[in-house]
Design a protein around this ligand. Structure first.
Ligand code: UD1
Ligand code: MG
Length: 381
């Protein structure tokens, strides 16, 4: 699509809420979509906020609880904290997307409708997979295989290109782009596996899983808005429609999960968040930019690799040590992840301060990502 101003051709559309067919311009259509996105977003927040206190009693009764390891030895560490509350935003998000789905059918191209349906199927499967993991504690090999299977509907519906753009210095030898065909599908499948697991293994202190996801989600939304503003991109409008309700329902979850956690989000939330990012990155064709927003998660993955592949022994929980005398968490040399490396660099500090600083680091990395995307990459592409 060649820019909002350029595309002023009239189209028959169904304006939001009025039920009347009318002639609307591309600009009106985008405005309507934007209003729908805000409405589903705000509804997602209030519905999630309202339901978490109710559902947490059900998960507690079902025995889905965990101890807060970073408060061990204090009264707060003895309490059973309800687990898997990611099931609430996950369900609300899927419901809101069903409303948006009807909208995609009337407002966007048929291809996008099919892509939206497949996206929902992939995200639904990930919520189911995450909840199963919380209930049954799945083995690592399944955590790798199942998100790959979950991404199949998404990959089959993918209508985009399978070409990669060659950086300017290599163009005299390789040409402007190379079509890598099925390898592109393998890349997209791997992206889904990476995103789901990357959020899950960068975890362990109150608010970290949801906090990082909200910052990544906001960066995606900002990127979408820039692309819509500059190029009137339809796929970015579509991505915005998916990511905004995600941000809002995650904000409601954060209210209960931030320090001191009243609920834990569970793997349900981690897989749901990861798959939502993969879905928008793939369908709106910005998977490389998406990976730039994952700099802390990529660092965490690289630090973790020796333990993940079994070269170095890996404990069930790779958390810092809680020192109950000082109330601070202390980085552990035997746990190879970003959280422990960070704590060993800055020294012992409270759990709350650690989470805040890691959030600032995430925002900083997303800022770098925007500079790479909009300034540095222009020199090469
Ligand atoms: C991943 C990490 C593991 C980390 C765990 C914490 C890898 C390979 N796995 O495992 O090292 O310990 O996440 O989420 O890196 N918990 C807290 N405080 C929190 C969040 C969680 O104490 O703020 C504890 C609770 O006991 C909770 C449990 O962690 O019940 C949840 O762990 P789970 O999500 O099942 O761990 P994994 O995702 O398998
Ligand atoms: Mg987990």
């Amino acid at each position: 699509m060649s820019g909002l101003n350029a595309v002023m051709a009239a189209s028959v559309t169904l304006p939001l809420g009025f039920g009347l067919y009318t002639i609307a311009t591309e600009r009106t259509r985008y405005l309507d979509t934007f209003i729908l996105t805000i409405i589903t977003g705000v509804l997602s927040y209030f519905a999630t906020d309202r339901l978490i206190p109710i559902v947490k009693e059900f998960t507690r009764k079902a025995g889905l609880c965990g101890k807060d390891i970073n408060k061990r030895g204090t009264p707060a560490g003895e309490k059973d904290i309800p687990e898997s509350l990611g099931i609430v935003p996950g369900t609300i998000f899927i419901l809101m997307n069903m409303i948006a789905l009807a909208y995609t059918k009337f407002y966007f191209s048929g291809d996008l409708f099919i892509e939206h349906l497949s996206a929902l199927l992939s995200i639904c499967f990930c919520v189911f997979l995450g909840f199963s993991d919380d209930v049954m504690d799945l083995r690592w090999r399944y955590k790798l295989i199942l998100p790959t299977i979950a991404s199949i509907p998404l990959l089959l519906a993918y209508q985009g290109i399978t070409k990669i753009v060659v950086p300017i210095p290599f163009r005299p030898f390789l040409g402007e782009s190379i079509d890598i065909h099925f390898l592109y599908y393998i890349y997209m499948g791997s992206l889904a596996v990476f995103c789901t697991n990357a959020i899950n293994i960068y975890a362990g202190i109150n608010g970290l899983e949801v906090g990082q996801s909200i910052i990544i989600g906001c960066s995606i939304a900002l990127h979408n808005v820039i692309e819509i503003y500059l190029f009137g991109s339809q796929v970015h409008m579509f991505s915005l429609m998916i990511i905004v309700p995600f941000i809002f329902c995650s904000l409601a979850l954060l209210k209960y999960n931030r320090y001191p956690s009243m609920v834990f989000v569970g793997d349900t939330y981690c897989y749901f968040a990861g798959m939502t990012f993969a879905v928008v990155g793939i369908l709106a064709h910005f998977s490389k930019t998406l990976l730039l927003f994952f700099i802390p998660q990529i660092l965490n993955f690289l630090f973790s690799l020796p333990q993940l592949i079994g070269l170095v022994p890996c404990a069930r929980h790779r958390l810092p040590k809680f020192d109950k005398e000082s109330g601070k968490v202390v980085g552990q040399a035997e746990h190879w992840n970003l959280l422990n490396v960070f704590l060993r660099i800055v020294g012992p500090q409270t759990e709350k301060a650690t989470c805040t600083q890691l959030m600032i680091f995430q925002v900083f990395c997303c800022g770098i990502a925007f500079i790479i995307r909009y300034v540095i990459s222009r020199l090469f592409f």
